[in-house]
Ligand binder design. Sequence first.
Ligand code: FMN
Length: 481
Amino acid sequence: MSYNSPKDNREFIERLKASGDLVTVNQEVDWDLEMGAIVRRVCEGQLSAPYFKKITDYPEFEAFGAPMATYRRLAIAMGLDAATPIPEIANTYVQRTKEKPIDPVIIEASEAPCKANILTGDDANLLHLPGPMVHDGDGGRYLATWHFVVSKDPDTQAINWGMYRMMVFDEKTMVGPVLPFSDMGKMFYGKYVPRNEPMPFAAVLSADPISSLAACAPSPIPEDQLAGMLRGEPVELVKCETCDLYVPAHSEIIIEGEVIPNVMIEEAPFGEYTGYRTSPREKRTVYRVKTITYRNDPIMMVSNMGVPTDEGQLLRSFSLGLEMHKLLESQGIPITGVYMLPESTHHLVVVGVKPAYTGIASQIANLIFGSKLSPWFHMVVVVDEKTDIYSKDEVIHALSTKCHPVRGIHKYDNQVGTPLNPYASPAERRMSQGAKVLFDCLFPLDWPASDLPLKVAFSTNYPQHIQEKVLSNWENYGYGQ
Ligand SMILES: Cc1cc2nc3c(=O)[nH]c(=O)nc-3n(C[C@H](O)[C@H](O)[C@H](O)COP(=O)(O)O)c2cc1C
C-alpha cells in the first residue's frame, strides 16, 4: 500500500509550497558562500526551505536547501500531514520498518528522467555543476552535502547507500572521509583496498526525500528495500551508464565513477554536524568521475551542517533513536519510547522504561553502547515510564532531581567514537576514540514506598474532580485554552 510519499524532489517541492514550508528565492544567489549562508540561517531559525531559482554562473541549474530540517518537512516526506506530532511520526517509522521488505523495481533508461542529459569524457566535468562553497573556511566546494553514494560488496553483491561528504578537488576528482566503521568503509577498506581494485560508485544528488532518509538511517535493512518500506511502494531504479549499479531514476543528478584504492588526497576543513569544525585537512578517500547524468532543468540539493538544526542532525537523530527503540524492544526491554534530541547533534538519547528490575538502565546503556549505532552518540538518559521523553522540561527535571550525582552517573572510557567529537582530545579524535555516559534517572527499587519522593504537579496532586473542574472553567478564570 502506497503511503503517498513524494516520488521525487519536484513533487516534494510542490507539497512544501502548498503547506507553506517553502520559500521560492527568485533573486540570483551566489554559489560562493551566499547560498550556504542563507541555508545556515534557515536551519538556525527552523524556517521554510529555500528553493533557489537562479544561481550565479549556472543558468541551467536551480537549488533546493535544507530539504528536511524540520519535523514538518519530514512528515510531508513520509506522506503524513505536516502537523503530525513527533511521537506519531516516530511510530509510523517503526511500524513501516517492521513490515515486509519491498524490493526496488528496475525501469528502462528511456523512462528515467535522470538520463535526460549524459556527459562523458571531458564533458563529465564537476565544475559544470554548481557545487557551493558552503561555509567560510571550508577546504573547497562541496558538491555532495545531501546525497548518497551507491556501492556494492564485491563478494556478497550487497548494495549500500550511505551519505559520505564529497569535496571537489578538480574537474574529475572528488575527495571525502569514509569512516572505517561505516558500511562503505568496511567494504572499501576491507575488500577493495587489499585487492587493489577500484570500487565503482554512483553519487546520487537530489534523490526523493525518502531515499535520502533511508540512506542516512543506520538500519540493518538494505537501504533500497528500506526506502520501499517507508514509501509503501518500490523505488524505481535505473542502471548506471558505466557500471552494474542502480540509482533512483527520478533523482536530479548522478555522478558515476570509481573510488580509487591506495591513493589519498587532502580534504577539509568543513563545518560539521556537531556545530563545530573539528577535523583537520587530511588525506582522505578519492572518487574519480567518469560520467555525469542529469534531468532537464536540474535541481541541486544543499545541506549546511552547523549548530542545530539541519536535516543531518534531525534525520540521524530520528533514525538512530528509532533503531535503538527496535533493538531494545527486540531484547524484551519494557521501554515506553526512545527519543534522540536533534538539538544534541545526535549525541544524547532519552529512553523511557518501566523500571521492572534493578540494573535495567545499565542494561539499556550496555545494549546500545555495544551496538553498531554506538560510534555516533555518547549520552544516555534513562527515565521512568511516567516521564514524557519528548518534553525537554520533564527530562531536565528528571535528570536534575532523580539522577544521583555519583551513583546515577556511569562513565565508560575507551569506547568507539568518531574523529569529530568536539569534547575529545586531539589524540582521541585521531584514533576515533570516544567515551560514554549513562544518566540513570530511576529511583532505586528497594526504597520503601513511604520514602519515595512524590512528584508535585497539577496532574499528580489534585483529585480527578478538582482537575476536571479547573480545566472546564479555565477560560472562565480569564485564561486562554
Ligand atoms: C549529511 C550527512 C553527511 C555525512 N557525512 C559522512 C561522511 O562524510 N563520512 C562518513 O563516514 N559518514 C558520514 N555520515 C554518516 C553516514 O552517512 C551514516 O553513517 C549512514 O547511515 C551510513 O551508514 P552506514 O555506512 O553505516 O550504512 C553523514 C551523514 C549525514 C546525514
